[in-house]
Each structure stands twice: as structure tokens, then as C-alpha cells.
Design a protein around this ligand. Structure first.
Ligand code: PLP
Length: 407
């Protein structure tokens, strides 16, 4: 069966050029970049080149790039490393729609006596910047707000947020895992002190990430060990993956324009056609300020998991906006924070494209999805209730009390 892969915010295909660039570092060039001999030295030279390429995609200085194992490590290191550097402060500000790599660090910190403010979002997934202004106080050690949301693709006004945070002299971290390679980023013009990225979201392999640390930022390493990464992250460098990420960064810069024009057009085609062909469908999130590759659609009165399953039978891969936990279906924390009615949140699907997608693939989805929805709605008690103008079935009581009854 041919696979139509529209789940690129979950992970991406490793670019063939990336694999090719990495291969020599498994067999011929396996030296340790810290070694004094020439064999290690040539590897160190290649690592330095990869660092330059990653710095270029961020508009940063190579010395500001710290290689990590993933986005989660970068997020943890940024937040916990900053807090350790400001022991007199005990307050962190994040948003309610962060990835668990930040959200659960918030939980972890709360359990250790920190105050963690979670900024809310509106129905379109936008932040209220006045709420941010009001949340900052003398004990605030860090503000950590994502650049682009992984579920809806909504882009936060990072420059404006940076200005507000900087005006109060507070360090600013952004989780840019979903933004890197999709939209232009320029650290030289920003107020960002720390930024996280993850290789596997931009056609590098899983298991490599970066923490950007602006020169002069107070910071304590999370991994204490050798002197690697300028003493900011101990551990022998994951050389082949660093080389792969360097190549992926180079490709990302080359493909940025395509991402913004061709991929955006494919995403828009998919969205427009599905909205036209499937009744009771809505787009989640601010359509104007959104990643070019992401579409979060809610198909009312059906379960996202069922849609995923039937799509998967046709070879179509996407994600749903709800998670089946302990027998009850919880809509995603992002859609809940946005106040998406539960009848829509439960039937939400995230499509996320990449430069490898084609018009034929998009047309295939446009053809296959309407009959899937028709079939599922035929057996949906919620759809039946809706059609008959009845209140939503009591079957849903207990799924999420604050959302039951929404129409
Ligand atoms: N932050 C965001 C916004 C993400 O989308 C992800 C992955 O889905 C992560 C962090 C975690 O990255 P990693 O899988 O590299 O740990």
C-alpha cells in the first residue's frame, strides 16, 4: 500500500542527502572530535562546519549552538539550567498550550515549590500579551513560550513577546521545535536568549537537537561531564547525527521558500476542499498566523481515533487531537485551552505536510476522506442527536465535564 504521510509535525522522513552526509562518520571518520590526533581533528573540523550550518538557519553565532539529544532535552536544559542560575527567583511563565516537554517541566517545578504561571489562549489559540505583562513580577526567573504550536501550527508573536520580557530584564526561552525550517528565524534581530530545536522535525534523524544560548546568558549545564560543547553539555558528541543535522539545516534554508509557497498551497488546497466537501468541519487556530504546513481540522460528532484508523487503512497517516487515556477520551490540552467544543475537539485531526508531499497525494486524501466521514457519522450517536436537534447524548457525560453540552 502506498503511504501518504501527512504527520510531519510528529516526525519527518530523513532526507536522502542527510543520510548520505552521515554515512562516512559511521565507518571511515569515526574518531573522537576531542582527540589530539589528526584522525579526531578532521572530525572536529566537520562538527564545526555542521555547527556553522545550524547557526546559519537561526541567524546565530556558531558559538551559541549547543548540540543535545532532542527537543525535550533542550527544553529541560533551558528551563532548569536558567532556574539554577537564578536561585533567588522562583517563578516561571509558560503557556497552557506548550508541548509536554515544557508543560510537564512546569508540573515538575510546581512539585518542588516553584510558582508556574500558564498563560491561556483565546478561541483562535492566540495569547493575550497583557496577561503576560501582568504575570511578570520581581521573582520571575524565566519566560518560556513556544514559537509555533505543534497541534494547530499557530505562530506566537515571538518578537513582541521578547520585547515585553526583555524590557523587564528577564531571560526568554522559546521552544522553536516546530518553527525551525518552516519559517525564517533570526536570532540577531530577536530578544530570545534560549531556543530549542529538534532534528527529526526537519528531516534529520531522531536523537539530535540543539539548544541555542545567546552569548552572555546566565546558564547552568544539565549534563555535567566533559568539556564538550564549551562545557555546556558534557558527553562525547553524537558526530554522525550532528553532521546530519548540519546538512538538514542547510537543506531547510534552501527549501524555506518552497515550504512557504508550494507546501502552503497544498495545505490550503487540502483544507479548502475538505471544508467544502465535509459538512460540520472547522479549522482550529488562527489561520493568518500559522505554519505553512499544518492544518488542524475538527470533524464534528465523530471520534478522531476512528477517522485515523479508517484513513490508516487507506495508507493515510495523520494525528488526532485527542488522546485515549485510562478509558476516557480526553481532547488535547491545546484544543481544550482554546475552548474548542468537545464535539469538535474529539473529532480533530492534524495534517502536517512536508516538501516531499505531492498534489496527487493531497488529491487522494481529498477523495478518500469524505466517504470515511459519511460512514462514521452514520454510526455516530452524537451525529444522530445533532441531526434530530436533540441535546448531545448522555454517552459523553464524564468525558470532560466542562465541555459536555457544548453544541
Ligand atoms: N516541542 C515541540 C513543540 C514538539 O512538537 C516536540 C515534538 O513533538 C518536542 C518539543 C519534543 O521534541 P523531541 O521529540 O525531539 O524530544
Amino acid at each position: 500500500m502506498t503511504v501518504v504521510y501527512l504527520d510531519n509535525n510528529a516526525t519527518t522522513q530523513v532526507a536522502p542527502e542527510v543520510v548520505e552526509a552521515m554515512l562516512p562518520f559511521f565507518h571511515d571518520l569515526y574518531g573522537n572530535p576531542s582527540s589530539m590526533h589528526h584522525f579526531g581533528g578532521q572530525v572536529a573540523h566537520q562538527v564545526a562546519e555542521a555547527r556553522e550550518k545550524v547557526a546559519a538557519v537561526l541567524g546565530a553565532d556558531p558559538s551559541e549552538i549547543v548540540f543535545t539529544s532532542c527537543g525535550t532535552e533542550s527544553d529541560n536544559t533551558a528551563i532548569r539550567g536558567t532556574l539554577e542560575s537564578y536561585p533567588e527567583k522562583n517563578h516561571v511563565i509558560i503557556s497552557r498550550v506548550e508541548h509536554p516537554a515544557v508543560l510537564n517541566v512546569g508540573q515538575y517545578l510546581r512539585a518542588r515549590g516553584y510558582r508556574v504561571t500558564e498563560l491561556g489562549v483565546d478561541r483562535e489559540g492566540r495569547l493575550d500579551l497583557d496577561e503576560l505583562r501582568e504575570a511578570i513580577d520581581d521573582r520571575t526567573a524565566l519566560v518560556s513560550i513556544m514559537w509555533a504550536n505543534n497541534e494547530t501550527g499557530v505562530i506566537f508573536p515571538i518578537e513582541e513577546i521578547g520585547e515585553i520580557v526583555k524590557a523587564r530584564g528577564i531571560p526568554f526561552h522559546t521552544d522553536a521545535v516546530q518553527a525551525v525550517g518552516k519559517i525564517p528565524l533570526d536570532m540577531a534581530k530577536s530578544h530570545i536568549d534560549l531556543l530549542s530545536l529538534s532534528g527529526h522535525k526537519l528531516h534529520a534523524p531522531k536523537g539530535i537537537g540543539v539548544l541555542y544560548i545567546r552569548k552572555g546568558t546566565r546558564f547552568s549545564p544539565f549534563f555535567v561531564g566533559g568539556h564538550q560543547e564549551g562545557g555546556r553539555r558534557g558527553g562525547t558528541e553524537n558526530v554522525p547525527y550532528i553532521i546530519g543535522l548540519g546538512k538538514a539545516a542547510e537543506l531547510a534554508m534552501k527549501h524555506m521558500e518552497e515550504e512557504n509557497v508550494r507546501v502552503r498551497a497544498l495545505r490550503d488546497r487540502l483544507e479548502t476542499e475538505l471544508l467544502k466537501r465535509i459538512p460540520n468541519t472547522m479549522v482550529n487556530g488562527d489561520r493568518e498566523h500559522r505554519l505553512p504546513n499544518t492544518s488542524s481540522l475538527s470533524f464534528e460528532y465523530v471520534e478522531g481515533e476512528s477517522i485515523l484508523l479508517l484513513m490508516s487503512n487507506q495508507g493515510i497517516c495523520a494525528s488526532s487531537g485527542s488522546a485515549c487515556t485510562s478509558g476516557s477520551l480526553e481532547p488535547s490540552h491545546v484544543l481544550r485551552a482554546m475552548g474548542v467544543p468537545f464535539t469538535a475537539a474529539h473529532g480533530s485531526i492534524r495534517f502536517s505536510l512536508s516538501i516531499y508531499n505531492t498534489k496527487e497525494e493531497i488529491d487522494f486524501v481529498i477523495e478518500k476522506l469524505p466517504p470515511i466521514l459519511e460512514k462514521l457519522r452514520e454510526i455516530s450517536p452524537f451525529w444522530k442527536d445533532y441531526k434530530e436537534g436533540k441535546p448531545i447524548s448522555s454517552l459523553v457525560a464524564g468525558i470532560h465535564p466542562e465541555h459536555t453540552g457544548h453544541r
